[in-house]
Write a protein that binds this ligand. Structure first.
Ligand SMILES: *[C@@H]1O[C@H](CO)[C@@H](O)[C@H](O)[C@H]1NC(C)=O
Ligand SMILES: *[C@@H]1O[C@H](CO)[C@@H](O)[C@H](O)[C@H]1NC(C)=O
Ligand SMILES: *[C@@H]1O[C@H](CO)[C@@H](O)[C@H](O)[C@H]1NC(C)=O
Ligand SMILES: *[C@@H]1O[C@H](CO)[C@@H](O)[C@H](O)[C@H]1NC(C)=O
Length: 498
């Protein structure tokens, strides 16, 4: 479905002028790190070998001041700033990369985790030991200034320290972190994993999804969805059910993002299915690979450029940036300009989501609803069921006994499917027949007492008719029923009458 509207949205984007602020508000508003003239000029001048370097540099002044001075510079040079002037401008207004992070030795790092002892080959054990040492090199935490002046950094502040991939990747990434966490658990470092998980959950809370990595210029896209699996590995290792309980809603909202923003309808054998794909509905070059993207786009007719740029971003979202997997259209099937990522329904993405859906359902069981129900069913039987009368009754705590009077609510366990013994259902039905409750001309009375109260004889309330009528059906049926919609209609009726 989203696939079909895609072309339309893209047209809308084009019509509004891509990259300008009037377009669908891009998840990253920064006029320095995400789009705008300054980014364009600096990246197209190729001041650095790697475009990522510029967008990783912190500002030395507030962004509006830097932008104002840039406009002055651009005007002074009639919009074509000489390279040297541009270089000097960047040097004056930006700081060197890596300033915002500091080294961090994980607090739960220990010299000899058990897995090392289990490796018999001495060479392999030594190698694994070196790998284990790497956690101390790759551990990073953020300086407090990233929190106090977020507008001066492309880095997104994270509360907890983390492990980075290393090399040019000095921030953390989404799907990479799953395998990092598997390694950390093997190294018996669950506290580090918990902090990283918390960072990802914070991102979902703030942005509605997990971005590709912890930089504002990655906010437009996600990466293969492995957050639920990360939680599963952590909980399997630690039994930290409290953490799971606190964050299960956030996990669910990440999956919502995939179903709302990344789903597509596919027909097969006359049936229609909803599956997922990678798709980034924003044009413009990727800020961290700006000149490469812009140059590739320039090889295409103008009308095709924004599609290409969006498909490149979708390719980056897949984690496979880039691969022949995503090449489909175009005259040259080995050229990246043939990329059509969003036109493929990826096996791995759909398998990851299938796994996450299974894990979520296990999580809810694990959080105890299955047990709670079993305990409550046992209590309903032991406390509220009266074998002599053959029905359920309210329990009077004051006098420590059941209040053995007729109310339609006595049959709610039948209606709710909360009985395990079909003999009890039979007895309850017999109680209903014997008490001749169903013979009242104007419906099932609320009680048999005439007190003048609304919820007493002879009034008959709609919800109570339903409790008894459908409860009776359920008691006669082969399996306890599952009601869902009933409660809504019952409370509607109540609302109207009161
Ligand atoms: C500035 O550029 C415009 C268009 O590129 C040109 O018409 C104009 O003469 C230029 N002005 C100066 C002062 O160079
Ligand atoms: C998902 O799509 C809706 C519009 O369809 C958009 O408003 C929202 O920002 C998107 N969510 C994210 C996290 O990109
Ligand atoms: C977690 O709990 C399960 C079941 O209670 C138990 O079998 C397992 O040993 C526990 N694991 C840890 C790491 O405590
Ligand atoms: C196709 O694209 C590849 C990669 O960019 C390039 O090496 C090759 O020369 C192109 N082939 C043709 C026929 O243009």
């Amino acid at each position: 479905m989203r696939g079909r509207t895609w072309g339309l949205r893209l047209l809308l984007l084009l019509g509004l002028g891509l990259g300008s602020q009037e377009a669908l508000p891009p998840p990253c508003e920064s006029q320095i790190y995400c789009h705008g003239e300054l980014l364009h000029q600096v990246q197209m001048a190729k001041l650095y070998q790697d475009d990522k370097q510029f967008v990783d540099m912190p500002l030395s002044l507030a962004p509006d001041q830097v932008l104002r001075r840039f406009r002055e510079l651009a005007q002074a040079h009639n919009l074509s700033i000489p390279r040297q002037e541009l270089q000097a401008f960047v040097q004056e207004h930006f700081r060197a990369v890596g300033q915002e992070l500091q080294p961090w030795t994980p607090g739960d790092w220990r010299d000899s985790p058990q897995f090392l002892q289990k490796i018999l080959d001495p060479k392999l054990r030594a190698w694994a030991g070196q790998l284990h040492q790497l956690w101390k090199k790759l551990g990073k935490k953020m300086k407090p200034e990233v929190l106090s002046h977020p507008e001066q950094f492309s880095l997104i502040y994270s509360r907890h320290p983390f492990i980075v991939p290393g090399g040019r990747f000095v921030e953390f990434y989404y799907w990479d972190s799953y395998w990092v966490m598997e390694g950390l658990l093997l190294s018996e470092m669950p506290q580090t994993v918990k902090g990283m998980l918390q960072n990802f959950l914070d991102l979902v809370q703030t942005y509605g999804h997990v971005p590709n990595g912890a930089r504002v210029y990655y906010l437009q896209r996600s990466q293969p969805p492995l957050l639920t699996l990360m939680m599963d590995r952590y909980v399997a290792h630690t039994n930290d059910t409290a953490f799971l309980r606190d964050h299960i809603e956030t996990l669910a909202s990440e999956l919502d993002f995939w179903s709302k923003n990344r789903s597509i309808s596919v027909s097969s054998g006359g049936k229609s299915y909803i599956l997922n794909h990678y798709e980034v509905p924003y044009g413009g070059p990727r800020p961290e690979s700006y000149s490469k993207d812009a140059e590739l786009a320039a090889t295409l007719p103008e009308g095709n450029r924004d599609t290409l740029l969006a498909e490149l971003k979708a390719g980056a979202e897949s984690g496979w940036d880039f691969s022949s997997r995503w090449l489909l259209g175009g005259p040259n099937l080995s050229s990246l300009s043939s990329i059509r990522t969003s036109k493929l329904v990826p096996v791995d993405l759909n398998a990851f989501l299938c796994q996450a859906e299974g894990l979520m359902s296990n999580f809810y069981s694990r959080l105890g609803y299955r047990n709670l129900r079993a305990q409550r069913m046992a209590a309903l039987k032991d406390v509220l069921w009266d074998e002599g009368k053959g029905a359920w009754f309210d329990y009077d705590l004051e006098n420590d006994k059941k209040k053995l009077e007729f109310y339609p609510s006595n049959f709610a366990p039948l209606w709710a499917g909360c009985f395990s013994d079909s003999d009890d259902a039979d007895k309850a039905l017999k109680y209903l027949e014997d008490s001749r409750i169903l013979t009242y001309q104007y419906g099932i009375p609320t009680s048999l007492r005439k007190t003048g109260q609304q919820w007493d004889f002879p009034n008959a309330w709609a919800p109570l008719q339903d409790l008894v009528i459908r409860g009776r059906e359920a008691g006669m049926g082969p399996t306890p029923p599952q009601h869902h919609e009933v409660r809504g209609s019952a409370s509607l009726a109540l609302g109207r009458r009161e």
